[in-house]
Design a protein around this ligand. Structure first.
Ligand code: SF4
Length: 383
């Protein structure tokens, strides 16, 4: 009873705080300013990319696209970790679960993502030992509970998911029967990569809030002088403010890195987390699903911690993985080169219930968000 009361109180407090960032009157004022500033900009088209799947969720869920001046195009970027995890990693996890005496532990989002042929969920139907966990702490708990069995955690995600794993390893708290299949990816290098693509000219970037809470504003300073960029929170007011701040930079002919999410993100980020990450991981060139190798965009355990790497412990090499199935345009969607509605399979052969491609699985996947919250309706009107 007391617990429920405490929960209700906390939830009420949270909603009070959030209501400031969901205020419709404030939103109207910011939107008016966005229109005024956009009118002052000479460019006929302004392409703004939101890096993060959670920003795309806010844009689509709150109908922000439909409120923008017609010259502004909002596209989603590669900020959906499970969408960009190579099929090779899923195939490897499946191989381990079917051929070795291990339990695979994975986030719920990753569970249904198709590998070359199967998802982990489908593999479980064939007898693979796969369990869903809420995070790495949960994986540690499960491994400790079943100490007689080896467990392999599918280590996907951006800079936000790395500190917990690094902390267990660095402080020598890893259970002896737990290994990690590492597929960590870093956000600044893929941003650099996208800015070099000839096929897309990005006029402004809404940078990821959660990741920036770890890596800090300073990790994005390479964008200064290149493209107007704003680190943003995830509420509608945050996203609208970020758009307005980017437009003001464009109107003034500036290209700076600004921080709209200063209530969470500090200039140097979370220094403790950054230190522990750098103690445990080495930065390496890494493959992104459908995109290929991006220089210095991945993280693997340092040599001295390689005993925790599942790829060192088991012979689980997988050849000829297929990242993108025929007809799926997920690579283009992730790079902002296409919208989900440009894919002929969208809401036909590919739905949230029966995903064909990786962008249709996670709540951070653009195709999933558009399917779930009607992103395609706005796009149809514009078309
Ligand atoms: S709708 Fe499905 S098949 Fe098409 S790009 Fe998205 S994930 Fe791929």
């Amino acid at each position: 009873m007391n617990l429920s009361l405490e929960y209700v109180k906390r939830r009420k407090k949270l909603l009070e705080i959030l209501s400031k960032y969901r205020d419709p009157e404030l939103a109207k004022k910011i939107i008016e300013k966005i229109h005024i500033v956009a009118d002052r900009i000479d460019e006929e088209k302004i392409l703004l990319m939101s890096f993060c799947g959670t920003h795309e969720h806010t844009v689509t869920y709150y109908g922000i696209r439909s409120l923008m001046p017609s010259k502004i195009d909002l596209v989603a970027g590669p900020g959906c970790p499970v969408c960009v995890t190579p099929a090779r990693i899923i195939d490897t996890a499946i191989k381990l679960a079917l051929e070795e005496d291990v339990v695979i532990l994975t986030y719920g989002d990753m569970y249904k993502v198709p590998g070359s042929k199967l998802s982990l969920a489908q593999a479980k139907g064939l007898g693979a030992r796969v369990e869903v966990v809420y995070g790495f702490n949960d994986a540690v708990r499960k491994a400790r509970e079943k100490a007689s069995k080896d467990h392999v955690f599918v280590g996907v995600g951006f800079e936000t998911t790395m500190p917990t794993v690094a902390s267990y390893i660095y402080s020598n708290r890893m259970p002896d029967n737990l290994y990690v299949l590492p597929a960590y990816r870093l956000t600044p290098p893929i941003t650099k990569y996208m800015l070099k693509l000839k096929e897309i000219a990005i006029n402004g970037i809404i940078l990821p809030g959660h990741v920036s809470a770890i890596i800090g504003v300073e990790s994005w300073l390479f964008l200064e002088g290149i493209v107007p960029s704003v680190i943003a929170g995830f509420e509608p007011i945050d996203v609208l403010m970020a758009i307005l701040m980017i437009l003001r930079q464009i109107a003034r002919g500036e290209a700076r890195v600004e921080n709209e999410y200063h209530r969470v993100v500090k200039f140097r980020g979370n220094e403790k987390a950054r230190k522990i990450i750098s103690e445990v991981f080495d930065i390496v060139d890494a493959d992104w699903r459908g995109i290929g190798i991006v220089p210095e965009s991945g993280a693997v355990f340092k040599e001295k911690y390689s005993e925790y790497n599942a790829l060192e412990k088991y012979d689980a090499k997988v050849d000829n993985a297929i990242d993108i199935r025929p007809g799926c345009r997920c690579t283009d969607v992730v790079l902002g080169l296409a919208k989900p509605t440009d894919c002929p399979l969208f809401l036909k052969a590919c739905t949230p219930e029966r995903p064909y491609g990786p962008c249709m699985v996670s709540s951070e996947g653009t195709c999933y968000i558009w399917a779930k919250y009607g992103g395609y309706i706005v796009n149809r009107k514009e078309g």
